[in-house]
Design a protein around this ligand. Sequence first.
Ligand code: 13P
Length: 266
Amino acid sequence: MVSEYEIKKQICDIGKRIYDRGMVAANDGNISVKISDNEFLCTPTGVSKGFMTPEYICKVDAKGNVIQANGNFKPSSEIKMHMRVYEQRPDVKSVVHAHPIYATSFAIAGIPLTQPIMPEAVIALGCVPIAEYGTPSTMEIPDAVEKYLPYFDAVLLANHGALAYSDSLLAAYHKMESLEFYAELLFKARQLGGPKELSNTQVERLYEIRRQFGLSGKHPADVCARNKNGETSCHNCGACNLPKTEASDSDLVAEITKKVLASLNK
Ligand code: 13P
């Protein structure tokens, strides 16, 4: 089994990678790893993720409360966003949040990454929606990303950055890297007159390859509502096809019941 110290070192390595690749500026970004059902390692708030040593890494419980932290280090101000991912996606073992230039530019322009332009991006990422804007460090961001979590392994955060998660730290980092590479290609192709998109049939064949590989995570190839209805995926479900969540249905039923009871009591 990999020791906790080893995982802390790996978090520092990935922190250096995202910093060196310009995916974060100054003290931006945060990383976490699930080590047990109620124990998570995370980067501290307010430090450059490019210069961390294992002593910097904090340990929190599933509610984001500190279990262990050295000196003045406190867990990332965005820990609640990470915890919402773990809560909604038991398959996820690591979460990476960064502000890569191209992906964040799309998030600022309000353009989701949904154009099918190259096979690797279609297979690895599917499409990447934009979660509504929320103030960093508040519950607004976890609340905004929640509805996308069952359907996507990466989400842009409006006017802010990107969130990627997977079943290992390296896989979560790779998702972030693929997302940024895809955003850069899309940006440059748009400058060259616009990308020639893959056709629905070509996309469907790539989805089939992904299914054959049995890749983990959530992807339109497996969860797209249109696909499930036997239709061709538009590869453009920047949430247009998200089914209503159970929570919103039950909220509605509760609201109607309340109104009926109130009118009976009049
Ligand atoms: P932390 O340093 O608190 O993790 O915050 C960095 C960040 O990028 C907030 O969005």
